[in-house]
Design a protein around this ligand. Structure first.
Ligand SMILES: Nc1ncnc2c1ncn2[C@@H]1O[C@H](COP(=O)(O)OP(=O)(O)OP(=O)(O)O)[C@@H](O)[C@H]1O
Length: 241
């Protein structure tokens, strides 16, 4: 596999607290990879490190084979890496369309077909109906759709999704996850951080499990046995036999 993005012995943390202890991770163009693990395992920290929100050494992150670790987030976005952050973080007091327009105005030049506001509305038709609604008046699922749309308008080659199902009803989660294949069809690679392991497995071709800042399992999502995931997720001593 030739990696679009890879990490190499990535270590990162907060002050003196080390949260990641040498992560080797890779994702190819157009691939969807899931990142699973318990609360505090380091999943969000890995996404933040990739995006340059946390200081990491240059050689620890490569994009297209070029060392980019520690590049500031705005430059990583220009290079084609976008995040759908945990908690959505939309601009309140702004409508759906205004939120999307801000993203479109700050975006890099689209490659090929590219993402437009119209294409985001085609992906999530409810947003077209709600285009004049203020973001704070939307349901959680609709807010999540705007957040994804906003990230897509940055024309990413790599989309980092941090717990996009959090707090949403199962039907809405299905609706949002149903959009991922459409996104990857355009060649965008997707990393999904997901608490729901079954959902993570179904949505991805490969997965990584993190435990206390280390990769404890890596494999093809459809082939990894449940017991192996359980052991990797909770630690061997707590594994379900
Ligand atoms: N801003 C921060 N300051 C200090 N420590 C942090 C900060 N954010 C996360 N941590 C710590 O880093 C470790 C990894 O946290 P991280 O948020 O990456 O885990 P996670 O796997 O994404 O879990 P969650 O599902 O809770 O988001 C945890 O020990 C956490 O307490």
């Amino acid at each position: 596999m030739s990696a679009l993005l890879s990490t190499h012995g990535l270590v990162a943390g907060y002050g003196d607290m080390r949260a990641l202890h040498g992560i080797d991770f890779e994702i190819a163009a157009g691939e969807t990879v899931a990142l699973i693990g318990a609360n505090g395992a380091g999943k969000s920290t890995l996404l933040r490190s990739i995006l340059g929100l946390l200081p990491v050494a240059k050689e620890m992150v490569r994009l297209d084979g070029t060392e980019v670790g520690g590049t500031p987030p705005h430059r990583m976005v220009r290079k084609g890496v976008a995040i759908v952050p945990e908690g959505r973080r939309l601009f309140s007091g702004m409508t759906v369309e205004e939120n999307l327009r801000v993203a479109a105005e700050n975006a890099a030049e689209p490659r090929g077909e590219g993402w437009s506001i119209r294409r985001v509305y085609d992906l999530f038709p409810i947003l077209r109906e709600k285009r004049a609604a203020f973001s704070e008046d939307l349901s959680g699922g609709q807010q999540q759709m705007v957040s994804i749309g906003r990230a897509l308008l940055a024309q990413p080659r790599l989309l980092l999704c941090d717990e996009i199902s959090l707090g949403l009803a199962p039907r809405v989660v299905r609706e949002i996850y149903a959009a991922l294949p459409e996104i990857s069809r355009s060649g965008t690679a997707i990393v999904v951080v997901e608490q729901d392991v079954g959902l993570a497995q179904r949505a991805s071709s490969r997965l990584y499990c993190l435990l206390e800042g280390r990769v404890t399992l890596e494999g093809r999502s459809a082939e990894v046995p449940r017991e192996a995931i359980s052991a990797a997720y909770f630690g061997a001593k707590n594994a379900v036999a």
